[in-house]
Ligand binder design. Structure first.
Ligand code: FAD
Length: 426
């Protein structure tokens, strides 16, 4: 049987960071063992930020998280974006924020983030076992007994669970972490896929698939605005996508999983797009009227050509019930008003979100109330720590989810190593 002092299950973002933090404190080769079920470490990390890895956000604060936010606040206040950026700088990574506070490696390569983490872990004496997932974790008198898929057994004094969530299974070997946490006395809240595309009723989106347009996207529950974000909306074969839509999907995911948003029950969900949020309704009506008067022989379908993405403008004209092939002069004042209303509030009925395969993160998980708020030490099992997506917290799009993985990885790794040091001294 193999023995180690700290075992970390999962060599993704949180597990890699935890292994570096723990090994740097213990300063002993092989004292930390990182067990990864895939053949390679950090597969999901390589896919983050479209291969560029949006690793944190200068605005990372509790306001950008959902789930057990109050219980996560002490941790987020301790492990700020500055602390996370300092940890990466210490590993030799040069980082750069963009104008909206999203932080990337200067090289814009997720591979560079993985490379510095892997090298730092090696240099600190972390041992890695790859391609051999854990299949069970038992609490014993001396610590933990981990059984691996190939039959190998490992004994460890401390265990950090960092197996990630259920989202994007193609990048992860499993969602076993929830079962391990349950076996060790924890509960798991309902899980649902978040940061994903919204599925819409009707053919409007399909006809515009591939088109992008800047818009203010508002999520309406039973007709009332719940949340809105501005940004570039992308039309797809099945609905709406884009970073601002991902922001709405966090609420939509809860609705489709539980029938609630923020715990309150609703019956229907729609998205309203304002495709020209910096213009008033009156300005828009005046513009359409001017265009019709100045160019009466242009086709009605061309009325918005000079203003919006042309395909989007054409679709809006059709949606307003105007024959796009007729001359603009035949468009009535009522139709012009309807067109302006649609540009400002184009409604799409939402029928669902994309599934786990396409989601970036898991909403739900192990309640933060079951953890020590600063160390991520389990209140249920002594010597156990949890980090990353396994926990019941998820962030907005923009680097907040990786920030939480680093923060909890640092907290758990440091705390597990310090508790061992303390035990050695006593
Ligand atoms: C396409 C995509 C793009 C994203 N882009 C961003 C972004 O730019 N910015 C951002 O903040 N967030 C982004 N995210 C979210 C971010 O990747 C996750 O929040 C983060 O990776 C979670 O870290 P984690 O360590 O908890 O889990 P993971 O990174 O998923 O790591 C968990 C690891 O545990 C391993 N594992 C699972 N079960 C076992 C087992 N039984 N035994 C051993 N090992 C096991 C898995 O193979 C995996 O390697 C993105 C996600 C996706 C899918």
């Amino acid at each position: 049987m193999r023995k180690t002092e700290i075992i970390i299950l999962g060599g993704g973002a949180a597990g890699l960071m935890a292994s570096c933090a723990a090994a740097q404190i213990l300063k002993k080769n092989g004292a930390v063992l990182l067990l990864e079920g895939n053949q390679k470490l950090g597969r999901k990390l390589l896919a983050t930020g479209n291969g560029r890895c949006n690793l944190t956000n200068l605005n990372a604060s509790p306001a950008h998280y959902h789930g057990d936010v109050p219980a996560a606040t002490p941790l987020l206040e301790q492990y700020t974006p500055e602390a996370v950026m300092a940890a990466f700088r210490d590993m030799g990574l040069v980082i750069k924020p963009d104008s909206e506070g999203r932080v990337y490696p200067r090289s814009l390569q997720a591979a560079a983030v993985l490379a510095v983490l892997r090298r730092s872990a090696e240099e600190a004496g972390v041992s890695c076992m790859l391609g051999n997932p854990a299949i069970s974790v038992l609490k014993t008198k001396r610590g933990f007994l981990i059984k691996c898929a190939d039959g190998e057994e490992i004994e460890a004094a401390r265990c950090i669970l960092a197996c990630g969530g259920a989202a994007s299974p193609k990048h992860s070997c499993s969602a076993d972490g929830y079962a391990f946490a349950k076996a060790l006395g924890h509960t798991v809240t309902p899980l649902y896929p978040a940061l994903t595309q919204l599925l819409c009723k009707g053919k409007a989106c399909k006809s515009l698939a591939g088109m992008r347009c800047p818009a203010r996207a508002a999520l309406l529950a039973d007709g009332k605005e719940i949340y809105a974000e501005s940004g570039e909306v992308q039309f797809t074969d099945t609905g709406l996508s884009g970073i601002c839509v991902f922001g709405l999907s966090v609420y939509a995911a809860e609705f489709f999983a539980l029938g609630t948003i923020g715990g309150k029950a609703y019956r229907s969900l729609s998205v309203s797009l304002d495709c020209l949020s910096d213009w008033s309704f009156t300005e828009l009506c005046d513009y359409i009227n001017e265009m019709r008067t100045a160019y009466p022989n242009r086709m009605a379908g061309e009325l918005l050509d000079g203003l919006l993405n042309m395909r989007v403008g054409y679709a809006l004209v059709q949606a307003a019930g105007i024959d796009p092939a007729r001359s603009a002069k035949f468009v009535t004042p009522g139709q012009m008003q309807k067109l302006a209303s649609l540009v400002k509030a184009w409604r799409f009925e939402i029928t669902g979100t994309k599934s786990w395969q396409d989601a970036q993160i898991t909403a739900g998980g192990v309640p933060l109330q079951e953890m020590d708020p600063l160390t991520m030490h389990s209140k249920k099992t002594d010597g156990l720590y949890l980090a990353g997506e396994l926990l019941n917290i998820h962030g907005d799009c923009g680097g907040y989810n990786l920030h939480f993985a680093w923060a909890t990885g640092l907290a758990a790794g440091e705390a597990a190593a310090k508790s061992l040091m303390k035990e050695r001294k006593s």
